[in-house]
Write a protein that binds this ligand. Sequence first.
Ligand code: SF4
Length: 408
Amino acid sequence: STIPDGRAGPSPRRQTVAVKVGHVTVGGGAPVVVQSMTNTDTADIDGTVRQVAALARAGSELVRITVDRDEAAAAVPKIRERLDRIGCDVPLVGDFHYIGHKLLADHPACAEALAKYRINPGNVGFKDKKDKQFSAIVETAIRYGKAVRIGANWGSLDGELLTSLMDQNARSPNPVEARAVTREAMVRSALYSAERAEEIGLSKDRIILSAKVSAVQDLIAVYQTLASRTDYAIHLGLTEAGMGSKGIVASSAALGILLQDGIGDTIRVSLTPEPGGDRSVEVKVAQEILQTMGFRTFVPLVAACPGCGRTTSTTFQELARDIQGYIVQSMPEWKTRFPGVENLNVAVMGCIVNGPGESKHADIGISLPGTGETPAAPVFIDGQKALTLRGANIAAEFKQLVDDYIVN
Ligand code: SF4
């Protein structure tokens, strides 16, 4: 057998119905959309505008905000207006639970200002009174021409649906089967709600589905099942992923496997920030997942070796960090002046073992001298050795070479 062609990349994207969320297209073959969510009180207009703008600047293409009470709903059109005034056109998604039907009915300007409503079938169900609430939200979306995300969640699953499935399975005491039943209930809850929304009159190109779970294997199983049963556009995300590296690793593992299968039209990485921490980290992680897997490009990649006993000093780590920082800082200007700059690959390597080879694969790369090597740093441009840097100014000179490469 032959080794598969690495350039073939991930599986073809699963065909889904395209949904317009404001000016952003989700699904239907469009690039996977990055989204995030604020953690400000939406009634705090200044704070929410600041955070939405920061998330959008970081690369969030949709931003979700909580709409949990009258004060928050009243603030939404003012937030939209303020964002428009500062030139931030990121579509806003309203996150509704329990009383969304009431808030949307009482605040028509909020219904208008949002590009999408996110509802949770677990707390806006389908029986009797609950169906009226669900229908009211869907009818509002139809009236205002908005998209709806139907987001089932493991932590707030439709109780009646789960009970009925458990009954069918004789309330199996086996925990493995019980888990399978819960997974099935997640999928059915999302699908049933979507079908009900269509029955009410919402067209398929206004519906996005999600079924968020906090355990990686459950998430993979639930989304694979969901994707096999429908062509609704899909929002992908591990819920309650957690803090720090745990949240990043869990999200990357779960989302990576599903994206590789062609599943997921928009993603959110839900990280718990440190108190007062930077919310936009979740946007960066989502972008890095998509970029490292070859789905999209956002910023030039800096390949750097980990360093080892052969690295002679901290110069190598400093240079890798400086170049990465320089690129991030320069991107806003580069993006407007040099379209396509995000596809650039830079390599910063610590010694001759892998340095020249890796640098040749990059657009521009440098191989710093390791222990016992001649104190010289060859630079490779487009796969060819272009020059050698020496002395104390290697970092500044290499930065200049990166600059020249981009300009030319
Ligand atoms: Fe170590 Fe050299 Fe490999 Fe970097 S390239 S990890 S310095 S052997």
